[in-house]
Design a protein around this ligand. Sequence first.
Ligand code: THU
Length: 137
Amino acid sequence: MSAPDAIDALRTAASAAMRCAYAPYSGFRVGAALRGSDGAIYAGCNVENSSYPAGSCAERNALGAAVHAGCREFTAVVIVTEAATPTPPCGICRQALVEFAPGLAVASYAANGAHASWSLAELLPAPFTGNSLRSTT
Ligand code: THU
């Protein structure tokens, strides 16, 4: 993970995003902030739906905001929740993130400030990638 002040900025952005979460069904608000290789921060929150599978996670919404803004390379993501312990990104978000940032640093903060960090490679050691699609005979 990068320098402490760089992480603080991501954590602040993720916290602000979490407060925008639309999570009336789970009550589990999540904010995520990605550091783009352009230096900018791209944030997102979870957005749920009465048709549950139509909802989307904070991490993937942050990714969508970044790609829409023209950024496709990332160095770090910080996740903030109100959980008692730091939560890692879900499996679908791991897969979504590895498409753009296999070397991503991942940090997560719980409500009381407890935090954990991982590399994305550690969280998703054998990803399906574009190369997998090209491996047909
Ligand atoms: N959620 C995220 O936003 N990110 C994750 O990595 C895990 C789960 C959201 C989805 C849903 O709105 C709520 O948390 C409960 O699963």
